[in-house]
Design a protein around this ligand. Sequence first.
Ligand code: PLP
Length: 379
Amino acid sequence: MERIYFDHAATTSLDPEVLEKMLPYFSAEYGNADSLHALGRKAMNAVDEARDKVAQLLGAKPNEIYFTSGGTESDNWAMFGGAYAQRRLGRKKVLVSAIEHHAVMASAEKLSEDGFDVQYLPVTASGKVDLDLAKTLLTGDTALVAVMMANNETGAIQPVKELATLAKEQGSLFFTDCVQAAPYLPLNVGELGVDTLALSAHKFYGPKGCGVLYIKNGVKMDRHILGGEQERGLRGGTTNVPAVVGLAAAYEKTVRTMQETNRKLQRLRALFLEKIACLDGVCINGDENGLPAIVNLQIDGVENSAFLYKMDLQGVCLAAGSACASASLKPSHVLTAMGLTEQKAKSSVRFSFGKDNTEEEILRGAELTVETVRSLRNF
Ligand code: PLP
């Protein structure tokens, strides 16, 4: 049975060109980047090059780029590091959008337990943060605002630039999780006006377990991992040189090929939607102008767990939403924040396409979707 992978929002395969660039740092060039001898210096050169490359791609300075173990760690650091540093300046309010990833949501809950006044920014029915409501909630006592660039379940793109401007007017820190946006949207920290920004390599055909936190120069952030002097003393721990090299190579290729990839994904997405249009009782959760890779479908009369199970048996890899919540029986917090009932949220499925999907896979995937929905409805 051929496997069809439509779960690129959960993770992507490692690009063979990226793997090629990583391989020497697992073997011949195994030095610790902090060792002063030649082998160590060679590793540090590779890390410096990677940092320069990522900085250039984001429009940042190299000393504003911090390598982490992935999106979750970057999110945690941005939330805790930013909020605690701001609390010492007398600010205690934290605003997060109601549709953030669990890495941000769980951090916000912990901040609330630690005495912060955490409030959630509501979203519209199409899954975008409501700017008017945000304006009323964002006041001068706000320490930190966290709104992702694009949502991982619906692909809805958020008004980050506008929100970052509002935050700046109030002297609040602004953090954006760009983990899902990075493969599809050009990102420039200056244009966005953000203070901190997170990336994760495995969402753009890089290795798992490696991410970035951009921290604008001058922004006060608490130390995150106590240990050695790595990452300018803020995040201790021996640098994962192969992963950092892979992250930079993968991001460079992603940005270089972005337009072409997006055009392909738009075509594939439209083809998929055209082929399933024969089904009634199906609608899209989210915004028509969201990320080109993601389609979140609400399928009346179908429970998503049964649908995913049947599709998996036929070789199609799909998800109901965030992989981090796939063991949970709760309906998606993203979809319920958009106003869906629990039942409608539980009949929603996320298709996320990728650069290597073919037209044949889309046609076969759509055909299996139609058959499976019909058979579940008859049952
Ligand atoms: N933020 C978003 C929006 C995500 O989609 C994910 C992963 O699904 C993460 C953060 C976590 O990233 P990582 O898997 O690198 O920890």
